[in-house]
Ligand binder design. Structure first.
Ligand code: EPZ
Length: 417
């Protein structure tokens, strides 16, 4: 139960290299089980969610070794297809092992996954979809027993473009005889990254990144080395830190396209964004303007994972901003914490009205989930005085060396465990 102690109002400067994407590394690590061959995953961030995924791989009988940002996984000696409830509860992405185990062993026993408390987060779309492929499912005392019966590729139309359900369908279908078509698939870049990894290993997936994905089942896979794409949400986090502290910094190792959904907000607030290759420079103005309204949507809409962050930007921008959260039903828990820092935010159902204030002031606040924790830390960077952010174990789930990177940029922040 650590905390960050932040002294606000220090201008940031210099460069920060963006970590590998958490939400890409996690499904790709699970997908190594599907291949059954030794794989090396490069640019794998050091996060607690990655640690729990590695624990699951080891519990399934895989050998795993980490060497810096590279993780070597050999799942050839897999000897288990059941994941304990405690390991399932560690993170949301534990559920992605469902598809990986089904394609590898034809069976999987899981329980409901954990993850940030931002809504009910059911897995009905995951289960309905794999049933269509021929998987039988029974539940008893919280255990969800899945068994591949007569597996056959088919057409699956998702009622919502769920990221996790799309990933589980892909992982099950890559080894299912016939052709599977996903209609209304999630289009997030992490889906593209997972598909690139699997295709490199011998899968036949086309259309990843679009709403219709076609997967032709294959028999065998090969060993691959793969480098995880940069984390677009981590990039957005450092951009917000620069904007609210009126700084000029450079982000290295970004994919400009992935940031297209959020750049307009920063530009409307008065920031200058310059991109060249995999670098992005953000120059913030001395005074930020509000940016009317933001609605979180599935990619390529405004990402829900940036909602708490853009709210911090709106807190200290001139004017009022309206932000609607359309993906998760309980993702405003950071509002009361931001108001403790002097923000002026009111919530009406799934929309908040953020009236910009001259400045925030330091206080003790508590992280309640990963992205809210990052947002509160960023708010502390621009608050007058000292801010203490508690429960930073939530932040450790998704940010590699977060306080170290902020310190390197000139922030006055220290971690107290
Ligand atoms: C992934 O979660 C990400 N997590 C989330 O990032 C991200 O916010 C989310 O996608 C949306 O982009 C990982 O990749 C590990 P969904 P996931 O299935 O797969 C409902 C972070 O901070 N739904 O697209 O769980 C669900 O309740 C995390 O890095 C069902 O109703 O997201 C939610 O309202 C937070 N039934 C909506 O769909 C289902 O079977 C979107 O969920 C599945 C989902």
């Amino acid at each position: 139960m650590g905390e960050y102690i932040i002294e606000g109002n220090h201008i940031l400067h210099g460069r920060v290299r963006i970590q590998g994407a958490k939400n890409s590394a996690l499904p790709i690590l699970a997908a190594t089980v599907t291949t059954g061959k030794p794989c090396v995953i490069h640019n794998c961030p050091e996060l607690s969610d990655v640690k729990s995924t590695i624990e699951i791989l080891k519990a399934l009988g895989c050998s795993v070794k980490r060497n810096g940002s590279s993780v070597w996984v050999d799942s050839s000696k897999l000897n288990n297809n059941q994941i304990s409830d405690s390991l399932m509860r560690e993170s949301r992405s534990s559920v992605i092992f469902l598809g990986a185990l089904l394609s590898r062993t034809g069976e999987a026993v899981i329980t409901a996954p954990g993850g940030c408390d931002i809504g009910v987060r059911p897995i009905d779309l995951h289960l309905l979809s794999i049933q269509k492929l021929g998987v039988s499912i029974s539940e008893d005392c919280g255990k969800i027993r899945c068994k591949a019966e007569k597996m056959q590729g088919t057409k699956i139309a998702l009622s919502f473009p769920s990221v996790g359900a799309t990933e589980n369908i892909i992982l099950t279908a890559v080894h299912t005889p016939g052709v599977t078509t996903i209609i209304n698939a999630a289009r997030e870049p992490e889906i593209v990254d997972l598909s690139k990894f699997l295709n490199l290993a011998g899968a036949k997936i086309s259309g990843a990144g679009e709403s219709t994905i076609i997967i032709e089942g294959v028999e065998n896979f090969r060993s691959v080395q793969y480098s995880v794409m940069p984390d677009r949400i981590a990039a957005a986090t450092y951009m917000t830190a620069a904007a609210v502290t009126h700084s000029d910094i450079v982000l290295e190792d970004v994919v400009p396209n992935h940031l297209m959904p959020i750049i307009p907000c920063f530009e409307q607030s008065g920031c200058k964004i310059m991109q060249s290759g995999n670098k992005l420079r953000i120059i913030a103005p001395s005074e930020l303007n509000s940016f009317e309204s933001v609605r979180t949507m599935p990619y390529p809409g405004f990402p829900t994972d940036c909602q708490a962050l853009i709210t911090v930007l709106a807190c200290v921008a001139k004017g009022t901003t309206y932000i609607s959260e359309n993906i998760f039903e309980n993702r405003f828990k950071h509002i009361c914490e931001l108001n403790r820092l002097g923000a002026d935010i009111v919530a009406h159902d799934r929309t908040i009205a953020v009236r910009g204030v001259k400045s925030l002031y330091g206080a003790r606040v508590c992280a309640c989930d990963l992205r809210a924790g990052a947002a509160l830390t960023v708010a502390g960077l621009c608050a007058n005085g000292t801010t203490v952010v508690g429960n930073i174990q939530f932040i450790d789930r998704g940010y590699e060396n977060f306080s170290g990177n902020l310190k390197m940029l000139g922030a006055v922040i220290r971690r107290k465990d």
